[in-house]
Design a binder for this molecule. Sequence first.
Ligand code: HEC
Length: 143
Amino acid sequence: MRPVTAALLTSLLFATAAFAADPTQPEAIERAKLMKEIGLTSKILGEMASGKAPYEAAAAEAAKTVLIAAAGQIDTVFATAGADDPVSEALPAIWTSWEDFTTKSAGFGQAAAALDTSSAETIKAGMGTIGASCKACHSVYRE
Ligand code: HEC
């Protein structure tokens, strides 16, 4: 297993907590809502993977389903930049490199779909790939 997984997910989640304010532009609000859902759902899986929460097959499978659905919504929710929002961390490169952005959202969808929820160990393995797919997008398209 990759020990980097928990640290990576923790850093992604702490990034959320660092926000003092919420976005005010409608497009930015929708983006934050979707990403927060993805963050919280990843946290459920991450805690099962690390043993911080007990492994529960049904909850793991439900979380996987939420991640797949959320991944499928990224392109729709991010399609329009909307007006500048001081809180939004979305970089303009999203809309100038749209095809690459959608490749990255698809990569996340594939990683989520490939997640094997049959044990805490398999979740841990899958979360490595999923965490890498979050990072692949954030490192280019998020402030
Ligand atoms: C295809 C690109 C992409 C993928 C994949 C992606 N994200 Fe994001 N994420 C973004 C962008 C862009 C933002 C900034 C949006 C904004 O502020 O308008 C963001 C913001 C966030 C936020 C902050 C939400 C808030 O409170 O405003 C969290 C948390 C987050 N992502 C978690 C994740 C996690 C966890 C994963 C993987 C399981 C993931 N993201 C996958 C692009 C992506």
